[in-house]
Design a protein around this ligand. Structure first.
Ligand SMILES: *Cc1c(COP(=O)(O)O)cnc(C)c1O
Length: 385
């Protein structure tokens, strides 16, 4: 019997809270205030609180959040920002929009996040390279990819030793924790996306920057609205990147369930873990837990040398899997002009792109669907069609 297992189910997010969401939307539409108003303020306060403190600034999307964080920290042309190539292209597009130059540091193949060792080597060898002349390393921008926290203890230590700012890309990791503290609390600023498929998703675009750095949020509030210091007076050169009242009101409703939804994701991931445990020796690797880290499984990503065959086989049985990401950013046509690589090259990044597969996992997925997918994987690994 074939069933259909979707990789994500956005209608279910609506259905789970349809009454509350409708009421919230209706109140905004009737209220006559649509952009940057009281609902945005309420959501900013509630979200910062949920993340464990600091101040949140709502913006139009997660890409702008990165641009605005970099600009507020004074990072731009002539500056190098060290990040990763195994990420959403948005991370890198944002660095370039700020005027800064991205440098691709390889990943740790177990966690798919920035390798601290490679970061350190890159910074230590900086003055000896010819291709980075005229560029000053100013910031490190690790990505908590798939919901898995990057190694912030080591990355922070290296950043401090080299005088770099830290911006965490938390677009996939709302509520992921290191030693009980939420990601977003480990750098100068942290950026979030509320794109509908993220762990906290709006019903349209949205984003936020979180920071505890004094003065930074005020600057970001100006940057998101024409650089206005007060109405019609631009104290700096800004842009338009505002969160609207409708999305903020809907996000406040969704935020009420985020902790529970993350717990459901983790429970479903544990179910996959248990079913896939025996397959490590058969060429299929499940996500590796990191002691002290709480992974919130924005994606449940396995790796397999036979990834493309495996994906086709699952599709044949009604299981829709996505690949995050099939082409690393430095291999994208738009980046064919030879971007800067970190020390040691990008071998782990390139290998991951050919092997990763995101299994269906979202808070509305049934346990039976997990069992069905896991069973197909077990049969595939045993060579049993
Ligand atoms: C989604 C995402 C972004 C960009 O967010 P948008 O809201 O789509 O602009 C940035 N970084 C990562 C890692 C993402 O997953």
């Amino acid at each position: 019997m074939t069933r259909t297992v979707k990789s994500i189910d956005l209608k279910a997010a609506w259905a789970a809270q349809a009454d509350e969401l409708s009421q919230a939307a209706h109140a905004v539409l009737e209220g006559g205030w649509y952009i940057l108003g009281p609902r945005v303020e309420q959501f900013e306060a509630a979200f910062a609180d949920w993340c464990g403190g600091g101040e949140a600034v709502g913006v139009a999307n997660g890409t702008d959040a990165i641009v605005i964080a970099l600009e507020a920290l004074g990072i731009g042309a002539g500056d190098a920002v060290l990040s990763v190539s195994h990420t959403a292209v948005a991370t890198i597009a944002a660095i370039e929009m700020s005027g800064a130059t991205p440098v691709f540091v390889d990943i740790d193949p177990r966690t798919f996040t920035m390798s601290p060792a490679r970061l350190a080597e890159t910074l230590e060898g900086w003055s000896r390279r010819d291709d980075a002349k005229g560029l000053t390393p100013r910031a490190v921008l690790p990505v908590h990819l798939y919901g898995q926290p990057a190694d912030m203890a080591k990355i922070s230590e290296i950043a401090r030793a080299h005088g770099l700012r830290i911006i965490e890309d938390c677009a996939q990791a709302h509520g992921a924790k290191i030693g009980g503290r939420c990601v977003g609390q480990f750098g100068d600023a942290a950026t979030f996306s509320f794109y509908p498929t993220k762990n906290l998703g709006a019903f349209g675009d949205g984003g936020a920057v979180l920071s505890r750095t004094p003065g930074l949020c005020g600057r970001m509030r100006q940057l998101r609205e024409y650089g206005w210091r007060e109405r019609y007076v631009s104290g700096r050169r800004g842009r338009n990147s505002r969160l609207d009242e409708l999305q903020a009101a809907l996000l406040s409703v969704r935020l009420g369930r985020l902790s529970g939804e993350n717990r459901t994701r983790i429970a479903l991931a544990r179910r996959y873990d248990a079913a896939l445990r025996g397959l490590a020796g058969k060429g299929l690797a499940a996500p590796v837990p990191v002691p002290g880290h709480t992974h919130v499984y924005h994606q449940y990503v396995i790796r397999s040398a036979g990834r493309d065959r495996l994906k086709a086989e699952l599709a044949k049985h009604g299981v829709n899997c996505l690949i995050h990401y099939p082409v690393p950013v430095h291999r994208q046509p738009a980046y064919a002009d030879g971007p800067l690589h970190g020390a040691g090259g990008l071998a782990h990044t390139e290998r991951a792109a050919g092997e990763v597969l995101s299994l269906p996992l979202h808070p509305w997925l049934a346990e039976e669907d997990v069992d069905y997918v896991a069973d197909l994987l077990v049969r595939f690994c045993q060579g049993d069609p």
